[in-house]
Design a protein around this ligand. Structure first.
Ligand SMILES: Cc1cc2nc3c(=O)[nH]c(=O)nc-3n(C[C@H](O)[C@H](O)[C@H](O)COP(=O)(O)OP(=O)(O)OC[C@H]3O[C@@H](n4cnc5c(N)ncnc54)[C@H](O)[C@@H]3O)c2cc1C
Length: 371
């Protein structure tokens, strides 16, 4: 019997009632048509019978497992065609189960620019729009054209445009219509519009200071002077990520995680004014109701609340702790249960509330358990 601990990067979680692997889109649609969206009441109570699984890198499943059916999307495929509407651009279409980092490598190799800063992120392409995957100043929403998805409410395949996906920071309509891990829309394929100017196509402008510096670029220079060779950007991002334990590496327990466990909090100026001078802050889009927001660094708050690298091991007999390379990842040191990871995460969250009065929210999707 398959266990989530064998199919998730945090390597915890029990079994499922049924485990279905879809090797083709057709197989996925057959299963999906048997699992219409339950009533709102049942969804809110966590009684959906279906869980969609990509690479399992943003999922934390309870030790008791999931009683319903798991649909693992394992179909891949990638193709590119010239974009007739934007001269010099290409449209890249990717099947939901295609491994994300292979997508990035494929585009960089062909000199298509736009995804290179998203190198090294685990998981499958179909999950990337769910939380608007982002890193090093890039987000998939910057290049995503649309997704084809199965709508479990109406039982049909639809196309959702970039605009209709309502992207935000680690957020989208796909995520907002998912309740307790039960999605209304299941992404089947994703299309990206990427820049292509022949063999010498440079990267998209680098927006992240640490990455710009490592490439020898001037952080405040004009956009066109913040471009570098695509392969250099990919190599630097992979190196920077590896130094933080953010590239999967079987032998390295610092990578047995869901990546960042907490999102960076978006707060108002009133909260910012209570923080110490040096607290990192970044511009953010206003709330849906127009309230101005500032993005804080969850890693900084955690560290300054007294939870340094490796924190929490003593709470769970050494089985779990914060990564020894980065304070944002809650890691499995080898024998951890989902409960152990949650114990460490809860201690971190509580300390940050105590020290700064700010509540951190988990980034991974929690199934059958809560923080
Ligand atoms: C070491 C490490 C580093 C990471 N770094 C980053 C990072 O830099 N930036 C970042 O944004 N994230 C990061 N992550 C988190 C994670 O890799 C991404 O969120 C990734 O996109 C999840 O993909 P997945 O296929 O593994 O999704 P899963 O974990 O399988 O699923 C996550 C959620 O998406 C849903 N889902 C999956 N596929 C579909 C689909 N086709 N249609 C609808 N819903 C679907 C699932 O039901 C679940 O709710 C990191 C994780 C790890 C372990």
């Amino acid at each position: 019997m398959r266990r989530f601990s064998e199919h998730t990067t945090a390597r915890v979680g029990g079994t499922a009632g049924e485990w279905i692997v879809a090797h083709t889109e057709f197989e996925a649609l057959q299963t999906l048509s048997r699992h219409p969206l339950p009533s709102e009441e049942n969804r809110l109570a966590g009684r959906d019978t279906l869980l969609v699984l990509g690479g399992g890198s943003n999922l934390l499943v309870a030790d008791a497992g999931f009683p319903g059916a798991v649909l693992q999307l394992a179909f891949d495929g990638i193709s590119a065609e010239p974009d007739e509407t934007h001269g010099g651009d290409v449209i890249v279409t990717v099947a939901a189960g295609h491994e994300w980092d292979d997508v990035v490598a494929w585009t960089v190799q062909r000199r298509y620019a736009g995804l290179e800063a998203l190198s090294g992120i685990p998981g499958a392409a179909g999950a990337t729009p769910v939380q608007n995957v982002g890193a090093y100043g890039a987000e998939v929403s910057q290049t995503l054209v649309d997704v084809r998805a199965w709508d479990r409410l109406h039982g049909e395949v639809i196309t959702l445009s970039n605009e209709e996906l309502g992207f935000g920071y680690r957020d989208s309509v796909l995520k907002r219509t998912t309740l307790h891990g039960s999605p209304r829309y299941v992404v089947l394929s994703v299309r990206f519009r990427l820049e292509h100017r022949g063999e010498d196509t440079p990267s998209s402008p680098v927006r992240y200071a640490e990455l710009a510096r490592s490439l020898g670029l001037e952080v405040n220079a004009a956009e066109d002077q913040r471009r570098a060779p695509l392969t250099d950007v990919r190599a630097k991002v992979l190196a920077l990520r590896a130094g933080k334990g953010m590239v999967l590496e079987a032998e390295d327990h610092d990578t047995w995680s869901t990546g960042s466990f907490f999102t960076n909090p978006l707060v108002g100026e009133d909260v910012v004014s209570t923080l110490p001078e040096g607290a990192p802050r970044f511009p953010a889009l206003p709330d849906v109701d127009g309230t101005p927001r500032v993005k804080l660094s969850a890693a900084w708050l955690i560290d300054r609340a007294g939870c340094g690298k490796g924190f929490g091991a003593d709470l769970v007999g050494g089985r779990a702790s914060l990564s020894t390379k980065h304070t944002l990842a809650v890691t499995n040191r080898g024998e951890a249960s989902a409960g152990d990871l949650l114990t460490v995460a809860a201690a971190v969250r509580d300390r940050v509330v105590e020290r700064f009065g700010i509540e951190l929210h988990p980034e991974p999707v929690l199934i059958g358990c809560e923080l």
